[in-house]
Design a protein around this ligand. Structure first.
Ligand SMILES: C[S@@+](CC[C@H](N)C(=O)[O-])C[C@H]1O[C@@H](n2cnc3c(N)ncnc32)[C@H](O)[C@@H]1O
Length: 240
């Protein structure tokens, strides 16, 4: 990055708007349109990753379950999945790392672009027990799209998730993961933190031909998991 780019004020960065459409069950016409502002920036949370439309489609499919429920999105970035949940009637809290205020601002822009006035945006860094984490209400669903992209963060993500699931044992963590290497796995940390994962076949709910902006090559390597407390092993790895 050149000196000029580094010092360029963020409001002069190239921005664009993506529109994602979600179809109703009984007709081909779109039943929900979501606008997602993106910023041309090297930070990961400034544009929408292939995992996000997949998770958003899953949220859309299960929208009736989410009505009136507390939904926390972690590592929101542009917050597509969280915005869809909010449009479907969930009480949504979006979050991103304390270290990335531009991503938190992007979350606010996504809310604004979709006329969502009651969505909270909070700093929440994976693996840290902060006031923001402790002050959360009981969370019913956690959403995480492409949060397992850097192996150094795998345990931190699951520490935060485990903490929230132990506060509300019925909570579910819906997460999409892009397989970038067969050598990477979260299995060890799932066991360590008392969690169990069930893979949900992406083809059972996601059809990229039906969605605009799903021409990402990476969509085909996205996997979806429903992570819950491992009831057989619930004393393991407790957060105290
Ligand atoms: C690959 S991007 C995915 C963004 C978005 N969920 C999507 O799928 O389009 C990873 C996101 O995690 C956020 N992130 C990275 N490290 C984090 C941390 N330690 N705690 C919380 N969020 C973090 C980044 O700012 C970014 O928004």
């Amino acid at each position: 990055m050149s000196e000029a780019e580094k010092t360029r004020p963020s409001d002069q960065k190239y921005t664009s708007m993506k529109v994602f459409s979600f179809e109703g069950d009984d007709s081909k016409s779109s039943a929900l349109r979501v606008n997602i502002p993106e910023v041309a920036d090297s930070a990961y949370g400034m544009y929408t990753w292939p995992c996000a439309p997949v998770l958003a489609q899953y949220v859309w499919k299960h929208r009736l379950k989410l009505q009136g429920k507390v939904v926390l999105e972690i590592g929101s970035g542009t917050a597509l999945a969280g915005v869809v949940a909010a449009k479907c009637g969930a009480e949504v809290i979006l979050s991103d790392s304390t270290l990335f205020p531009d991503c938190l601002e992007n979350c606010r822009k996504s809310c604004h672009a979709n006329d969502l006035k009651n969505v909270k945006v909070i700093p929440l860094t994976w693996g840290l027990v902060t006031l923001a984490l402790l002050q959360l209400p009981a969370v019913d669903f956690i959403l995480g799209s492409d949060c397992f992209y850097d192996t150094k963060d795998f345990e931190d993500v699951l520490v935060t998730v485990s903490f929230l699931l132990k506060r509300n044992p019925d909570c579910q963590f819906w997460t999409t993961y892009q397989k970038r290497s067969a050598m990477r796995s979260i299995e060890f940390y799932l066991k360590k933190w008392g969690l169990a994962a069930e893979e949900v076949p992406v083809t059972s709910f996601f059809h990229k031909d039906g969605m605009q902006h799903c021409d990402y090559p990476g969509v085909d390597s996205v996997h979806m998991f429903d992570i819950t407390l491992d009831q057989r092993n619930s004393s393991c790895g407790s957060v105290t």
